[in-house]
Structure formats: structure tokens, C-alpha cells
Ligand binder design. Structure first.
Ligand code: C2E
Ligand code: CA
Ligand code: CA
Length: 749
């Protein structure tokens, strides 16, 4: 806009400059023609006057009138001729004038001044332009004093130039039509105006310029040139200015004073005309500016687009995971509020974590890991295409599904897990990926993203722990986790504080009814939590890495207590100790146990292991078991039937005893299938030559059935509850005296 104004202003100045040049030129032309006109009529009046005097014009001679009429015919622009005596009385006129209607020139206001002036002048005098009623015309009167040889004025020759005439040098035709000019007398009456409409002549010629108008011109002239009007007049310098004409129409005008005839010559161009000249350049300017604007606009827009594009790319980089191209955690946080409001009916958050991904990364390197993560992302997209899938980080992914967790979504999750297991080829390796999915739901589990993620994460861990694939968050899970938290905090100092104790549960031989050994079971009594069962705290201790110390405590204590007990009478006893997987995998484990075994004299040590040991690494497990056997330590396979190791493993591994899980024993009376299973396990043991122990035997009928099936050993509340070593000593003494259970089993067989 400012630029447009500036350009238009410059163009205006240009037009203005051109106008001024034109006006100066026109002004000179007017001055020249003025001079010519003056000279022409001066000599005309002078010569004619002298001729009239010669032919007796002052007496009103006929010949004199003929001279005037001839002259008038040759100069049609003139209104007529007259010869006045010095008193102002017209003594002779051309015949077109009715002399009787003419006033006395000296006494009439319009003519008096110039007439008197003529009497005193040496040369032609031009009077004010006025309306001559005798002729019905506006005329410019011109007078020439005629003198005798003594130099006295004897008559005044006078004529009038008509304004309406198209002839003569006063007319416009030498100037271009848009230029107008005005000749102003120094008494500020206008002598002639080229642009005055006939109706306006009274207004124009009938009175002088107002003093305000004159003052305005003088002020403007001074402002533009720095010179006073007087100085300008004396130097004959012109001045260009804007001025209103007699109808207050503004003009660009050029004023100059002509000292020879005491005239101001004003040439002018109406501002409207100048503005018209601006139209084309202004249109061009506007057009060019618009074009420039348009070009700039497109350039800026293109530039803006590029910047926007770059910003979008940066934004995408910041909000998306580079490896998988999935939205990242940041994106999730930002998009969540809008996403949530779009699902007023509720929604589900799936927290997906790959199983054992860390070991893939460790074993095969990160590039393989990256390929797998990329493929997982692809399969996630395929299975949850309508949902928001994001990468939480590492091997964790989030799916925001806009619906409640129902059978259909559960199905979808499990389908994904199946799809995930399809081999991923990476170089020479093929990977089958498993994952665990935790689910939290809104609004049931909360509305806040962090809270929902935390709960979904918790459910995911539960899914992993249970190997369930998918697990849905419940408040119970949260409470359990809280309890685990309490247990963790309480476990830390528990060993040092002596909160642990070992109890023993006797194991009975079916054939003889003798107590052949005991299983050591850990007890924890915490002041805050009360007695906490090992099922609950052992996994926590395991996760905390405490099991090694705890296991050593159990072994050490049990060996010491049972060895001492055995020495007091009952003879050699077998001591079974439960060991967790982490204990077995600990390289110092066998050495520790061997040392304890040595301390225990002729105490025979057995470790109870579970099938989960074989999940990790069968070959390593075999090495450990063989190491134990080499140290004379027995191995009992605990909780048999609950795991998933194949029965064929039994024949290949050095196992000394099979312990049927108490879950089967409990149900042999009610569930024929379990009964069948128990019988086949016993049969298997027999065929492999491995003794079978049934745990959890709670009543005589169970014992009887197991005995019938050929079970070798029993353990359970029916025989004895786990007890302290002091109670155990007394129990064994009484048992050997009565052997009541033996009798029962025997009678059942
Ligand atoms: P487990 O090795 O299967 O131990 C047998 C569990 O069955 C014991 O529970 C025992 O008290 C219980 N039991 C014995 N007879 C009966 C019966 O007739 N009916 C029923 N219902 N239960 C019976 P406990 O002592 O609570 O131990 C639970 C689990 O904790 C054990 O299962 C074992 O896996 C683990 N555990 C116990 N002590 C230790 C330990 O010192 N080290 C390790 N690593 N784990 C231990
Ligand atoms: Ca056990
Ligand atoms: Ca067991």
C-alpha cells in the first residue's frame, strides 16, 4: 500500500512537471501574441487617428466616417471605432454605432479611468473589459491619444475588441484546448479569460480579484519560490502553483508578470485534466503492483508451504518413531485428549510387550532386533488397522481401541498373537515372536492416559506371569500388586531380622509305613504382614534376587536341624529341599549344597525342582542335575503333571523321584480323569524305575487308591502337617511306636 502511494505520488509529480513545462511554454506564447496584438492595434489606432485628423474627423466629416467603416470591415474582431475629444465626447464613430447611445467616455465609470490614463499616456492604453450596451457586446477598449505638434492631446482614438470574436490573436486557437489562460490587469480586473462561458462574463470581468484571492496567490508564490510578489514581478519570474479559478475549479497554474503592459499572465490546466493523465500510468502502476503482489504472494505462499512442510516433517519426526514409523509416546500424549472425547462410549488401551525380546537383541544384535520390531509394527497395523497404534519404546507397543474390551476385541488380540508367531525371517534366522497383552479400560479403570497405561502395563505383567497371552486389568490385580509391594519392602530386612523359620513335613514309605524323610518348607512371619505363605513371597523374593541367600539359609538350617535330629535316634533321614530355578542356575549352587551335605553326616539330601527348569535350557539343566548326582544329591521332580515338559524327558534326565502334584491327588476321588492320570504317572514311574511320591494326601481313601495304583511314597496332612524340628522329633518317636497310617494303607490295599 505504501509502495503504491509512493509510486502514484512520483507519477503525479511527473505529470505535474510535464504540466508546468507546458504552461511555461503556453505562457510565453500568450505573452508573445499579446505583444503582437498590442503592437498591431497600437499602430492601427495611431495611423488611423492621424488619418482622421487629416480628413477632418474632429468635425465629423463624411470621409472620416468612410475611413473608419473601411477599417472595420477589414478587422471584424473589432466592435467599432470612435474618435473622442479630450472631454470624452465621441465626435465620430464608425457607422455601426449609434453615437447618441454612447455615454461620455470620461465620465462613465467603466471607461473613465482608462480614458484619463490615455490623455496622459504616450502610447496605447487598454481599458477594463466591459459590456458595451450600445453594441450589446463585451469589449476590450483600446485608446490612443492623438497629439498636435505642440504635444497636446487633441483627440483620443478608441476601439473595442469583441470578446465573442473567433478572430484575432486573443482567441485560443494557438494553444492546445486543455490549456486556458487569463490576462489580469494590475488593478486586478481581468482583461481576458480564454475559458469564460458567455454567461459568466459579468462574474468574471465585472469586478476585480478579491483581496483574499490576491493574498492567496502572493502567499503561495512566496511559499514556492521564497520571493515576494514584488521581487517576482521585478525579475519577471514565473511561479507554478495550484489555484482555484473564478468558479473555484482547481488548476495547476503558471503565473508571470508582463511589465511592458502591466499584465499578469496566468496559464492553467484543470487538475481534473491532469488527474486524467494519471489514469493510464496509475492503472499501470496498480496493475504492476497487483501483479507484483500476486507474484510475491505466490512466492511467499510457496515459501510458507515449504516451511510448513519442513515444520510438519520435524513435527512428524518428533512425534513418530523413526524405526517403525508409528506414532510415539509424545504423539500419544498429545492426541489422547481429542481421541478420548471422540470415544464417549468408552475405550480400551492395550499394552503389548514382546516376550524374551531382550535375549534376541543380546544374541543376534540390534539390527536383527530392529527388523523384528519393524515387522511387529507392520503386523500390528494389519491387525489393528482401525485403531491408534503407537510405539511406547523398546519392545513395548500401545493400541488405543475405541471400544470396550469384549469377546470380539479379545478375539482380535489373540488373532494378533497368532499372527505374530508366524516366522519372521532375518538373514539365516527365523524368529517366532510371542507377546503378552495387558488391557485397561476406560472409564472403568480411569480416564487419565498415564493411569490407564500403568494399569495396562500391570495387566501385561500378569499376562506374562500367567503365560496367558492376554490379561485384563482388575482392581484385584492392583491390590495384589500393592501387596507385592508391601511384601517386597518387608522381605528386604527379613532374613537379618530372623523372621524366617523352617518347618518339616514327613514323607512316608508305602510298603513299610516308615517315615523315610522330610520336606523342608520355609515359613515367614512378619510383624506387619503376619504369616505370609511361601507361595506368595517366594516368587517375590525370586524377582528381588533374594532367593539365593534365602535358599542357602533354608539348606543350612534344615541340614543342621535334621542332622541333629537324626543323630538322636530315628536313624538316617532323607531331607528334601525346594529350590527355585534361579538357585539351580546359580553356578555356586552345587558347591554350596555339597558343603551342606558334608556337614550333615549321613543325611541324604534331595532337591525338589520343577519342570519350569527345563523351559529355559534343557542341556544346562541336565549338566546341573548330573553334577548333583555326582555329589550324591538326589533330584525329585516336583509338581509333576502341571508343567509341559514331555514325559520322554524323564527317561533322559537323572531324576530320582517323581512328585505327583497335590492338585491331582486332591481330585482322584471326584475326577476319574485325574485318577487315570495319577495311575498312568505311577505306572510310568514304575516302568522307568523311578519312585513316585504323592503329595497332598489328606485322607485315607486317597491314600488307599494311591497305594492300589502302586504309589511308592506319601506326603500330606493325612500323615502329618509341616512342623517345627522340635515337634518333628516327638512325632517321629510316636510314629515308630504306633504306625497307625501304615495300618490304614495296608488295610485299604
Ligand atoms: P510344594 O513344594 O509343592 O510344597 C508342598 C506344599 O503343600 C506346602 O505348602 C505344604 O504345606 C502343602 N501341603 C502338604 N500336605 C498337604 C495336604 O495334605 N494338603 C494341602 N492342601 N497342602 C499340603 P507351603 O509350605 O505353603 O509351600 C508352598 C510352596 O512354596 C511349595 O510347594 C514350594 O513350591 C514353595 N516353597 C516352600 N518352601 C520353599 C523353600 O524353602 N524354597 C523354595 N524355593 N520354595 C519353597
Ligand atoms: Ca516341594
Ligand atoms: Ca509340590
Amino acid at each position: 500500500m505504501a509502495l503504491a502511494c509512493a509510486v502514484l505520488f512520483l507519477q503525479w509529480r511527473n505529470v505535474e512537471r510535464g504540466g508546468i513545462t507546458e504552461l511555461k511554454y503556453a505562457s510565453r506564447l500568450v505573452a508573445t501574441s499579446l505583444e503582437v496584438v498590442m503592437r498591431k492595434y497600437e499602430s492601427l489606432l495611431q495611423l488611423t487617428g492621424q488619418r482622421l485628423l487629416e480628413v477632418g474627423g474632429l468635425r465629423g466629416d463624411q470621409r472620416a466616417q468612410a475611413v473608419l467603416d473601411r477599417l472595420l470591415a477589414r478587422n471584424p474582431e473589432l466592435a467599432g471605432f470612435g474618435l473622442a475629444d479630450p472631454e470624452g465626447n465621441l465626435v465620430l464613430t464608425s457607422s455601426n454605432i449609434d453615437r447618441s447611445r454612447l455615454p461620455n467616455l470620461r465620465r462613465t465609470p467603466e471607461t473613465g479611468a482608462s480614458f484619463s490614463q490615455a490623455l496622459a499616456a504616450e502610447r496605447m492604453v487598454v481599458g477594463r473589459t466591459y459590456f458595451m450596451p450600445a453594441l450589446g457586446e463585451w469589449v476590450i477598449p483600446m485608446r490612443y491619444p492623438l497629439r498636435n505638434d505642440a504635444g497636446e492631446v487633441v483627440a483620443v482614438m478608441t476601439t473595442g475588441l469583441t470578446l465573442g470574436s473567433s478572430h484575432g490573436l486573443w482567441s485560443q486557437h494557438t494553444l492546445p484546448p486543455h490549456i486556458r489562460f487569463t490576462v489580469v490587469r494590475d488593478d486586478f480586473y481581468r482583461q481576458y479569460g480564454s475559458h469564460v462561458a458567455p454567461d459568466d462574463r459579468h462574474l468574471f470581468y465585472g469586478r476585480p480579484l478579491s483581496p483574499e484571492r490576491v493574498a492567496f496567490y502572493e502567499r503561495e508564490a512566496e511559499a514556492r519560490t521564497g520571493m515576494t510578489a514584488d521581487q517576482l514581478r521585478r525579475l519577471g519570474r514565473g511561479v507554478a502553483l495550484y489555484a482555484p479559478d473564478y468558479r473555484n475549479r482547481w488548476n495547476l497554474a503558471y503565473l508571470v508578470y508582463e511589465p511592458r503592459y502591466h499584465y499578469y499572465i496566468a496559464t492553467g490546466i484543470p487538475v481534473v485534466k491532469l488527474a486524467g493523465r494519471m489514469a493510464v500510468p496509475a492503472a499501470w502502476t496498480l496493475f504492476l503492483l497487483l501483479a507484483l503482489n500476486a507474484v510475491l504472494y505466490f512466492i511467499f505462499r510457496a515459501h510458507g508451504r515449504l516451511e510448513q512442510e519442513a515444520a510438519r516433517r520435524l513435527e512428524h519426526l518428533a512425534s513418530h518413531d523413526q524405526l517403525t514409523g508409528l506414532p510415539n509416546r509424545r504423539y500419544l500424549q498429545e492426541a489422547f485428549p481429542a481421541w478420548r472425547s471422540a470415544c464417549p462410549q468408552g475405550f480400551s488401551i492395550l499394552f503389548i510387550d514382546l516376550d524374551n525380546f531382550k535375549s534376541i537383541n543380546d544374541l543376534h544384535g540390534h539390527s536383527v532386533g530392529d527388523v523384528i520390531l519393524g515387522e511387529v509394527a507392520t503386523r500390528l497395523g494389519r491387525c489393528f488397522g482401525e485403531d491408534l497404534v503407537a510405539r511406547q519404546g523398546g519392545d513395548e507397543f500401545i493400541v488405543l481401541a475405541g471400544r470396550r474390551f469384549d469377546a470380539a476385541l479379545d478375539r482380535q488380540c489373540r488373532d494378533f498373537l497368532v499372527c505374530l508367531r508366524a516366522p519372521i525371517l532375518c538373514g539365516e534366522f527365523s524368529f517366532s515372536i510371542r507377546a503378552s497383552i495387558g488391557v485397561a479400560q476406560s472409564p472403568a479403570n480411569g480416564a487419565d492416559l498415564e493411569e490407564l497405561l500403568r494399569k495396562a502395563d500391570m495387566a501385561m505383567y500378569e499376562a506374562k506371569r500367567l503365560r496367558a497371552g492376554v490379561h485384563v486389568y482388575t482392581d484385584q490385580l492392583e491390590r495384589r500388586n500393592e501387596r507385592i509391594g508391601h511384601i517386597e519392602r518387608a522381605l528386604e530386612p527379613a532374613l537379618e531380622r530372623g523372621e524366617f523359620q523352617v518347618v518339616y513335613q514327613p514323607q512316608v514309605e508305602a510298603d513299610s509305613g516308615r517315615i523315610i524323610g522330610v520336606e523342608a518348607l520355609l515359613r515367614w512371619d512378619n510383624s506387619g504382614l503376619g504369616p505370609v505363605p511361601p507361595d506368595e513371597f517366594v516368587p517375590v523374593a525370586e524377582a528381588m534376587g533374594m532367593m539365593r541367600d534365602l535358599g542357602r539359609f533354608v539348606a543350612g538350617k534344615a541340614v543342621a536341624e535334621v542332622a541333629a535330629l537324626a543323630a538322636t535316634g530315628p536313624g538316617p533321614l532323607r531331607l528334601a529341599i525346594n529350590v527355585s530355578v534361579s538357585q539351580i542356575l546359580d553356578p555356586g549352587f552345587i558347591g554350596d549344597l555339597a558343603a551342606f551335605q558334608a556337614e550333615g553326616g549321613d543325611l541324604r539330601l534331595t532337591v525338589e525342582i520343577t519342570e519350569s527348569l527345563f523351559i529355559e535350557d534343557v542341556e544346562h539343566a541336565r549338566t546341573v542335575l548330573e553334577g548333583l548326582r555326582a555329589q550324591g544329591i538326589g533330584v525329585s521332580l516336583d509338581d509333576f503333571g502341571t508343567g509341559y515338559s514331555s514325559l520322554s524327558l524323564l527317561s533322559k534326565l537323572p531324576i530320582d523321584e517323581i512328585k505327583i502334584d497335590k492338585g491331582f491327588v486332591r481330585d482322584i476321588l471326584s475326577d476319574e480323569q485325574d485318577h487315570q492320570l495319577v495311575r498312568s504317572i505311577i505306572g510310568l514311574g514304575r516302568s522307568l524305575g523311578i519312585p513316585v511320591l504323592a503329595e497332598g494326601v489328606e485322607n485315607a481313601e486317597q491314600a488307599r487308591r494311591l497305594a492300589v495304583a502302586g504309589c511308592h511314597r506319601f506326603q500330606g496332612y493325612f500323615f502329618a502337617r509341616p512342623m517345627t524340628v522340635a515337634t518333628l522329633a516327638e512325632f517321629i518317636r510316636q510314629w515308630q511306636e504306633r504306625r497307625p497310617a501304615t495300618m490304614a494303607i495296608r488295610s485299604g490295599s
